[in-house]
Design a binder for this molecule. Structure first.
Ligand SMILES: Nc1ncnc2c1ncn2[C@@H]1O[C@H](COP(=O)(O)OP(=O)(O)OP(=O)(O)O)[C@@H](O)[C@H]1O
Ligand SMILES: [Mg+2]
Length: 258
């Protein structure tokens, strides 16, 4: 269906003093089709910038970052992308279902399927009973679930998630990670998930792409030896994989200090 290809991506941002700051220094990787690819890296290395480049909000100075799809001729049509943010960014004056409809409408999806889609995706995130509720009457975890449903309801070629659990308490985040993993596996959803949490990456990622501190290059790419629904945080195989990721991240930090 669709995957993401990033080739030699170079991005600068202007500094206040007029000089240029190199953010992405030749980043290359391919994201897994039908799976979750985690972009793991320290704060400020350019992870969100890369998502903004994929969505077309920012431009690269060199290289390319694109969604490759066999349903679409490259360059002719924009890819259909779903987005889940750190804050759910819901429209608080619209009911839960209308937040989803707003996304469907924006994407030009025909009215005849709206109801069916809303029902399907609110059910998947466990919030069908709350379809008529206003977001401000929901808990933070529930709001984030609405954000996930809104990202999925347009049936995106690629779902982009930028630290979607980082503002939730430990247990809420843990449950939502498990549910996201199960939903994405069931839908065979191609997704990119940005995180700076090694355990989250080991749990969520079918592939983990490790970014160096800024200016970012790709330090390592690991494929998860465990299938999504067989990842148990107490299992020795999971712990071993997490250690491998941690070693790679620690090596980068040490190199930085020298
Ligand atoms: N529009 C912009 N103009 C200038 N500098 C920017 C802009 N957007 C981001 N930056 C800078 O680019 C660098 C990378 O930012 P980015 O938000 O991509 O990092 P990140 O890896 O997502 O970090 P975090 O994990 O903290 O969210 C930072 O130093 C940031 O200050
Ligand atoms: Mg970010």
């Amino acid at each position: 269906m669709a995957y993401v290809r990033v080739e030699n991506a170079v991005k600068y941002f202007p500094r206040e003093d007029g000089s240029e700051m190199l953010v992405l220094d030749g980043v290359s990787f391919e994201a897994k089709e039908f799976g979750i690819t985690c972009l793991l890296g320290p704060s400020g290395c350019g992870k969100s910038t890369l998502l903004n480049i994929i969505t077309g909000l920012e431009r690269l100075e060199q290289g390319r970052a694109e969604v490759v799809s066999n349903h679409r001729e490259s360059g002719k049509e924009d890819p259909r992308l779903g987005y889940v943010f750190q804050d759910p960014r819901l429209l608080n004056w619209k009911r839960v279902e209308d937040n989803l409809i707003f996304a469907l409408k924006g994407m030009g999806i025909p009215r005849e399927v709206w109801d069916e889609r809303v029902e399907k995706y609110l059910s998947l995130v466990g919030l069908i009973e709350f379809r008529k509720q206003y977001p401000l009457y929901l808990s933070g975890g529930m709001r984030q679930r609405v954000g996930l449903a809104r990202g999925l309801v347009i049936e995106p070629e690629v779902l982009l998630m930028d630290e979607p659990y980082s503002k939730l308490d430990h247990l809420t985040a843990r449950k939502l990670r498990e549910d996201t993993l199960e939903i994405c596996a069931r839908l065979k959803q191609t997704a990119l998930l940005v995180t700076h949490d090694v355990e989250e990456a080991a749990f969520m990622g079918d592939r983990i792409v490790i970014f160096s501190p800024r200016p970012a290059h790709i330090a390592d790419i690991f494929d998860n030896p465990l299938p999504p629904l067989e990842r148990d945080m107490d299992d020795s195989r999971f712990i071993q994989f997490k250690k491998k990721l941690l070693q790679s991240v620690m090596r980068l930090i040490k190199t930085e200090e020298v």
